[in-house]
Write a protein that binds this ligand. Sequence first.
Ligand code: ADP
Length: 494
Amino acid sequence: MIFNSIRWRIQVWHGVILLVVLTGFGLTAYKVVRENLMRGLDKELEQRFALAFFRPPPSGPPPDEPKRKGPEDGPPENRRRDHGENRMTPALFRARFLEGLERISANEGAQTNAFYYVFWEADSSVAAKSTNAPAAVPMPTLQAFPESGKPVPGPRGPSFRTRENLREAYATFPGESILLVGRSMAPELAAMRHVALWLFAAGTAILALGLAGGWWLATRAITPVEAISATALKIAGGDLSHRINAADAESELGRLAGVLNSTFARLEAAFAHQVRFTSDASHELRTPLSVMLSQTQMVLSRERSPAEYRQALEVCQRAAQRMRKLTESLLVLARLDAGQETMKRERVDLSKAVHESLELVRPLGGERGIEFHAELGPAQCQGDPERIAQVVTNLLANAIQYNKEHGKVAITTFAENHSAVLRVADTGEGVPAADIPHIFERFYRVDKSRTGTQGRTGLGLAISKAIVDAHSGTIEATSEPGVGSTFTVRLPAV
Ligand code: ADP
C-alpha cells in the first residue's frame, strides 16, 4: 500500500503537527486581537463617563445648584480642606453627568456608530436618554455601596455587559440612580471577522506551503533509500554486479550505501568463488570417474586375460583412492568453513611435529635425492596436534614435490614475538610473483598441466591455510623463481 510508505507517514505526521501549531497560533492571535479590541471599546466607554463627568459646563454652576464659593477662592488651607468629597453632593454629580452626556451626545449624534446613554432614577424610571439609544434598554441591577454611612460622591462602577452586538457600561450613583453608556460592537466584530479571515487564509497558505515543502524534503530523503532497495532487488534477482549510486558519500545514507556496496562486492566475490570452487570440484572428481568408467568399459567389451583384468582393477583402485582423497579434503574444508571442525587445544611443540612429519616424508624425499636440513628450536604453541601435523606434512610434501632432483629442504622452528614459527625453504623452481597471492586458493595450481598427476589435488595449501586460520595464526609464502620458495607459519605461542 502506497499510504504505508515512509514518505506518506512523514507527510501525515508533518501535516498533523503543522495543523496543530498553526491552529494554536491562529487561535492565540485571534484571542489577543479580540481582547485588545474589547479592551479598547471598554476604555472608550469608560472615557464617556470621565468626559461626561470632568468636562465642565460652558458657564456657571449646574442649573439646580446655586453658585458656591469654590476652593479656588479661599486661602490655600481652605482650598485643601474644601477640595474634596464634601463639596460634591450626589445631586451635583448627577447634574454634571447629565449635562456632560448631553453635550457629548449632541456632538456625536450625527455619527453612525455614536455612543448612547440612558439614565434611570432610583425608582427605575428613565430620567434622561440620548436620541440614538435603542428603544428598550433593560435597566441593570443596582450595585451595592459600601455601608460606611458616609455618602460616597462618585459613581460606583463602571461594570460592563454585552447584549447581542451592543457593549454597555453602567455605573450606580449615590441615590441609586444608574447611568448606562453603550455602543454597537459592529466595527469591532467586523474587524475580528477580518482578522479571522486573514488568519485562516494565511494559515491555509502556510499549511499548503509546509505540506509541499515537507513532501519535497521527504522525497529527497527517501530517494537514496529507494535507490538502495531497487539495487538490492536487482541483486536479489541474481545480478550481483549492481552497485548503489551514492551521490553524497558523507551523508548517513551515503555511508550506508558505501557499506552495502562493499558488502555486495564481497558477496559477489564469495559467490564467484563458490561457483569456481563447485566447478573445480566437479571437474576434479570427474577425472578419476572418467578413468574408472573408460577402464571398466574397455575391459568388459570382450573377454580378457586375468592379468588384463588385474591391471584395469588397479587403475580403477588408484582413481577411487584419488576420489576418496579429494572428497576427504573437500569435507575437511567444508567443516573448517562452517566452523564445525572442533580443534583440540593442546600444547604442541612445532619442532616435535616437524620431527614426526619428516619421518613420514623422508622416503618420498629419498626417491628424489632430496637433502633435509633441520634446525629445530623449541616452538611451543597451543592447538590441535593432528591438524598442525597435517600442515607440516603438506608443506614438507610440497617442498619435496616442487623441488629439483637432489635439491635441499631447510626446516627451522623457533619462538619469536609470542609466536611459534615454522619455516620450510626449498631449492625448487619457485612460484612466480603473480601466482603467490593465489596459491592458497582452492584448486589453484601454478602449472595447470600437472592437474591430476601424482595425486596432487590443489587443496593442500588451502587446507593448511584454513587450519592455521582456525588457530588464529598466519601462513605466508615468499619465492624467488629459479632459486626456491619459503613458507612461514606463525602460531600464537603458549
Ligand atoms: P597441490 O596439490 O597442487 O600441491 P597445493 O595447494 O599444495 O596443491 O599447492 C598449490 C600450488 O602451489 C601447487 O600446485 C604449486 O603450483 C604451488 N606450490 C606449492 N608449494 C610449492 C613449492 N614449495 N614450490 C613451488 N610451488 C609450490
